[in-house]
Structures are given as structure tokens and as C-alpha cells.
Design a protein around this ligand. Structure first.
Ligand code: PGA
Ligand code: ZN
Length: 412
């Protein structure tokens, strides 16, 4: 198999792996995304260490792809390749080969197989998952805090969820127009230049969630979308949890999970929030369960760091009732097949499935096809700026227009 790879850069300027596969139909590439606030139960990325690129080089992963290329099964089906990768690695968390190695191969195989079948990538994923393809609602990061913006709002992501539209293009227009309004409002509040955060939102001059949400709500109103565009949060609470003291350091206050839950209830009372991701730290299945029970059926509780797209953790969360939506990130688990399995488990439990980019992403739009083929309810694809984010918007706009696909509906 004519499969190789090279070290590319992600949107943070950090090395990432890009697999390159040549078949008679053409040459295909797949670039692997990478997180900044990664969950500790995620499959691990293989990095070189040492001095160059601050230890973040991926030349070992590139070498791995080249070595594995010689051994891959002659049957290039997704199953065969992914199962081969899983058994060759034979660890719980892909720590031998690296999840960046395995996902690069798995994704480029998906693209090549789709081309061999003469079908678009979304349709290939749709057949594999036995779902009727539909366009996911964009969950659009419009402002952020913590490690994604360098500002000290504890909550990591403030997102727009356009729930009252029938097309993805109308959703995109609403998001873009709100983004312009938020830019104007922010410019009035600060003398600093306007900065874009890691996921294409705007860095706001606040250190607290309350004024952040007020300004965003104001921008929604001014753009004429009140009632049509709701709010979603990614608290990424592991980032402000102290494992030693078992206390959350939220906006300078020391809070128990009970008190933190109270803070979220205040925010839900004051703003039109419909979805909350990772409200508690990544091992607190019980606090998640309590919160899911209390907020039912109004709030979608999304597990990201809690679940890490991992079937064992999803099973536990289903049994405990810890959430009602899965955040689906292929690089948390390392192969397309395992990503599909995670989505299926969540769906079987009656949960929503929300596909997600990473803070370190690339211009590769594969996530748009994956989310569409798997009929995800929504997809976190960032704000309407930065090329690696707009790549996903633009692919979804293309799929809607030229494949006549329907937009998902947000129930609840
Ligand atoms: P990450 O953040 O890509 O930096 O992990 C995204 C998220 O937490 O959803
Ligand atoms: Zn998250």
C-alpha cells in the first residue's frame, strides 16, 4: 500500500501528523486534530519529546505510519484496518503506537475507501453507521475562557446553538451576524485589539461568566435572533478542579460540587442555556448524575472529559445516568471504528451525539462528513473565523446545497 505520512502543523503551530495514501483514484490526506485541555482518560498522542518543537514533534508517529503501511491487511475495509491497528497496539489507550498514528491511518483509509466506492465521505460514514445522513446543528464557540483564551473566566467555552432554523446556511448566517455584533460590543468595552480565541470566538474583556453571557445575549438580541439562538456551555471543570483539596476554584471562589451546581442553576435562570458540557471534573460520575437528574428535561448534559469517546466509560455513565449526550472526538479513541461504536452506544441509550473538533485542528474538514454521516445532533465546529473552523462550516454548507441534506433538529 502506498501509504506514508509527514509532520504538518495544527492551528496552534504545533506539529501534527498528516497521512498520505495514493491509490489509483487519486491521493488522499488526513490530518489529525489535537486537544489543549485533554481529558486524562483520552488515548495518548505519540510525541517525540526532546528540544525541537518543545518536545511536540511527531516524527516517531510518522515513522510508525510508514512501518505499519507494510503490514496492513490486504483487505482495506475499515473494520479490517482498524482491528489490525487495535491489535497491533494492544494497549488500553493506544500508548504503543499513539492514537495520532492510528487515527491518521484510519481516517485516510476512510477517505480512500469512499473514493473507491465513488461516494462522498459523509455517505461512506452513513453506510458504516447505518444512519440516514443529516447535517448537524452548529454548536459555535463565540467566546471562551481559561486555557483557550488566556483570560481567567473559569468556563472554557461559550457557544451559540441556533435551534429555530430549518437550514444550515440560515444557522451560519445567524452565527456570523451575532459574531459581528459581539465584535462591535466588545470594541466598545475595551481599548485592546480584538483577539480571536483558539476556536474562532472572540476574547472578551471579562473574568466572569455573568458579564460574558450578558454581552453575548445582547449581541444575539441586536442581531435580531433572540429566542432563535440559544446558549451552550463547556465548563471543562477538570481544569479548575483541585484533586488534592477536592474543591473547584471557580472564578476565584472555592466551591464544592454542590455549590458549583448552584452557580450553574443561577446561570440557567438568567440566560437561555440549553446545554452544559463537563460541569464537573472527569471522574465525578455521581455529581454528573445528580445534575442530569435535576436539570431533566430542559438541559442537555454533555460528557467530554468524563467519557473520552471510550465505550467502557460510556457504559458506566449510561448505568449511572451521568449525562444524556456524548461528545464525540475521534482522536480521543484513535480509530474510526471505535468512534462509530461510541456513537452507537450513546444513541442506543437515547442520548444525543455531538461531534467535536479540537482546539488544535486543521483545514481538514473530515469532521463535517463524519458528523453528517453519523447523523449527529450537533457538531462543535468553533466560531465563524479562522480557516480551520470555517473549513468545517464551508464543507457543511456544500453538503447542504449539493447533496440536499436535511438539518438535524434539537429536541429538548
Ligand atoms: P480541547 O477542548 O480540544 O482543548 O480538548 C475542547 C473541549 O474541551 O471540548
Ligand atoms: Zn469539552
Amino acid at each position: 500500500m502506498n501509504l506514508t505520512a509527514f509532520q504538518a502543523l495544527d492551528s496552534r503551530g504545533v506539529p501534527t501528523i498528516c497521512a498520505v495514501l495514493k491509490i489509483k483514484n487519486g491521493t488522499f490526506t488526513a490530518t489529525v486534530p489535537s486537544g489543549t485541555t485533554t481529558g486524562k482518560n483520552e488515548a495518548v498522542e505519540l510525541r517525540d519529546g526532546g528540544k525541537s518543537f518543545n518536545g511536540k514533534g511527531v516524527s516517531k508517529a510518522v515513522q510508525n505510519v510508514q512501518d505499519i503501511a507494510k503490514k496492513l491487511p490486504k483487505d482495506y475495509s475499515q473494520d479490517a484496518v482498524d482491528n489490525f491497528l487495535i491489535s497491533l497496539d494492544a494497549t488500553e489507550n493506544k500508548s504503543k503506537l499513539g492514537a495520532n498514528t492510528t487515527l491518521a491511518i484510519s481516517l485516510v483509509i476512510a477517505k480512500a475507501n469512499a473514493a473507491e466506492n465513488n461516494e462522498p465521505l459523509f455517505s461512506y460514514f452513513s453506510k458504516l453507521s447505518r444512519q440516514t445522513a443529516k447535517i448537524p446543528l452548529p454548536m459555535a464557540c463565540i467566546a471562551s475562557g481559561d486555557k483557550h483564551s488566556g483570560k481567567c473566566v473559569s468556563i472554557q467555552e461559550f457557544m451559540l446553538l441556533p435551534v429555530k432554523f430549518s437550514t444550515f446556511s440560515a444557522c451560519t448566517q445567524a452565527i456570523a451576524e451575532i459574531y459581528y455584533e459581539l465584535g462591535k460590543l466588545t470594541a466598545k468595552k475595551t481599548k485592546e485589539a480584538l483577539f480571536t480565541d483558539m476556536e474562532g470566538g472572540i476574547v472578551l474583556p471579562f473574568t466572569k461568566a455573568q458579564p460574558t453571557l450578558e454581552l453575548i445575549t445582547n449581541a444575539i438580541d441586536r442581531a435580531g435572533y433572540s429566542g432563535k439562538v440559544k446558549l451552550a456551555l463547556d465548563c471543562a471543570a477538570s481544569e479548575f478542579y483541585n484533586e488534592k483539596t477536592k474543591i473547584y476554584n471557580y472564578e476565584g471562589r472555592k466551591l464544592s460540587s454542590d455549590k458549583l451546581s448552584g452557580v450553574y442553576f443561577d446561570l440557567m435562570r438568567d440566560f437561555s442555556i440549553v446545554s452544559i458540557e463537563d460541569p464537573f471534573h472527569e471522574e465525578d460520575f455521581a455529581a454528573f448524575a445528580e445534575f442530569t437528574k435535576k436539570t431533566k428535561p430542559n438541559i442537555t448534559v454533555v460528557g467530554d472529559d468524563l467519557l473520552t469517546t471510550n465505550s467502557t466509560r460510556i457504559t458506566r455513565a449510561v448505568l449511572q445516568g451521568s449525562c444524556n449526550a456524548l461528545l464525540l472526538k475521534p482522536n480521543q479513541i484513535g480509530t474510526v471504528t471505535e468512534t462509530l461504536e461510541a456513537a452507537e452506544m450513546a444513541r442506543n441509550a437515547g442520548w444525543k451525539v455531538i461531534a467535536s473538533h479540537r482546539s488544535g485542528d486543521s483545514e481538514d474538514p473530515f469532521l463535517a462528513d463524519l458528523a453528517t454521516g453519523l447523523a449527529c445532533d450537533a457538531a462543535k465546529i468553533g466560531g465563524p473565523s479562522r480557516g480551520e473552523r470555517t473549513a468545517k462550516y464551508n464543507r457543511l454548507l456544500y453538503l447542504e446545497k449539493f447533496h440536499k441534506l436535511k438539518l438535524a433538529k434539537w429536541n429538548g
